[in-house]
Design a protein around this ligand. Structure first.
Ligand code: NAD
Length: 363
């Protein structure tokens, strides 16, 4: 069995820079080739990591020394690149979201399954100790039956974000274009929360109601959204996400997450995890809020890349299963359709029509 998984990168923009660093830190991964529509970005990233820059994605997947690709391009190109990589027999680590709609997400899944290659998404919340502990608390029934999950993401992004992300590394307006991004803060940011809410509790979304709007940015996609999810079994999920909340979340830290069960609550903000349990359990006293001590096992992105490499090298199913991206996208597509139709949308309805996120003008 090979000891190292050799990666080719399709996309050398903002997040690829961080993932390349993660690959360089991961014991079981190595970067060997990079391509980008902007050859200077591919060249710079390749040079920094002792890899080679290549002209196109087709050239990259044709290389025998590439075992797996990491795809981090604008959302509308994700399913195309997945199909290119799958046809060439390469394993795939695909950045979120897995396309611009649930239908595209399903195409990614089908392409990987038909080709017999591994597909996974770096949903890195899963590699943070806080989310892992909440998952244990939920699995061990410390919180009781789940009543409500809540995610608040109030960011104060710079106005320049829509043209170049946080760093300006790659200049393009794709983030603000409905057809290229598929939507705004929901598909771009809340997708992580939607996956992590599902993973931490095992709850599957049944129907979704959403309102969103474009309040502060001159873009086609939403910069603020409020989403309500009804899970199978009855629990309710609430997501609030905003790109331009002046001052960000302020006293709430970088936002916050809550799990409200029949026997207790968990609250996570700024990497601190607090628990309230009605009955004393495993080191948690009854009847008062207690902050849990968290181990810091390492950088979540590095852990995620290394775990993906371990599974591929061992011929195992990826730790973040191939359908995780699709399950998150079903909620997102349902949310966009909900706003469009002005009613709740079931997650099993979303394949009937493909609806791009419409712009909602306020005032
Ligand atoms: N997991 C995370 O925390 C996280 C964070 C940021 C972004 N992302 C995701 O990563 C992806 C990329 O985001 P980003 O912020 O790096 O964007 P970016 O615009 O900085 O980078 C995208 C890169 O793709 C390149 N590109 C465009 N068309 C191409 C083509 N046909 N072939 C090769 N390269 C092409 C661009 O030149 C650019 O360098 C998106 O899906 C985004 O949602 C994930």
């Amino acid at each position: 069995m090979a000891e190292v998984l050799r990666f080719g990168f399709i996309g050398a923009g903002e997040i690829a820079l961080r993932t390349a660093e993660a690959v360089s830190q991961a014991p079981r991964a190595r970067l060997v080739a990079v391509t980008d529509a902007d050859p200077r970005l591919a060249q710079g990233l390749a040079e920094a990591h002792g890899a080679e820059a290549v002209d196109t994605a087709d050239d990259l997947v044709a290389r025998a020394d590439v075992d797996a690709v990491y795809i981090a391009v604008p959302h509308f190109l994700h399913s195309v690149m997945v199909q290119t990589a799958a046809r060439a027999g390469k394993h795939i680590l695909l950045e979120k979201p897995t396309g611009t709609s649930a239908a595209e997400s399903e195409r990614c899944l089908r392409a990987a399954r038909d080709a017999g290659v591994t597909l996974s998404v770096p949903f890195i919340y899963r590699y943070t100790e806080a989310w892992r502990r909440v998952r244990e608390l939920a699995a061990d029934a410390v919180l009781g039956d789940m009543q409500c999950l809540r995610s608040v993401l109030w960011a104060d992004k710079p106005a320049t974000y829509w043209q170049g992300g946080y760093t300006g590394r790659s200049q393009s307006d794709w983030r603000g274009r409905a057809l290229q991004a598929g939507g705004g803060v929901l598909i771009m940011n809340a997708v992580h929360d939607i996956d992590a809410m599902r993973w931490s509790t095992g709850l599957e979304a049944e129907r979704v109601y959403a309102e969103h709007g474009t309040f502060a940015a001159p873009v086609e996609v939403e910069d603020l959204a409020a989403v309500t999810i009804r899970y199978h079994g009855g629990a309710i999920g609430v997501i609030e996400v905003a790109a331009h909340a002046p001052g960000g979340a302020g006293p709430l830290g970088s936002g916050g997450h809550r799990w409200i069960g029949t026997q207790g609550q968990a609250a996570l903000a700024d990497g601190h995890l607090w628990v309230y349990a009605a009955q004393a359990v495993a080191g948690i006293p009854a009847g008062r809020w207690t902050e849990l001590e968290l181990d810091r096992p390492g950088d979540p992105r590095t852990l995620c890349v290394d775990d993906f490499a371990r599974a591929v090298l061992a011929g195992e199913r990826p730790p973040i299963p191939e359908d995780a991206g699709l399950e998150a996208m079903k909620v997102i597509s349902a949310a966009y359709q909900s706003q469009r139709f002005g009613r709740p949308v079931r997650t099993d309805e979303v394949f009937q029509r493909v609806v791009m996120a419409p712009r909602t003008t306020i005032g």
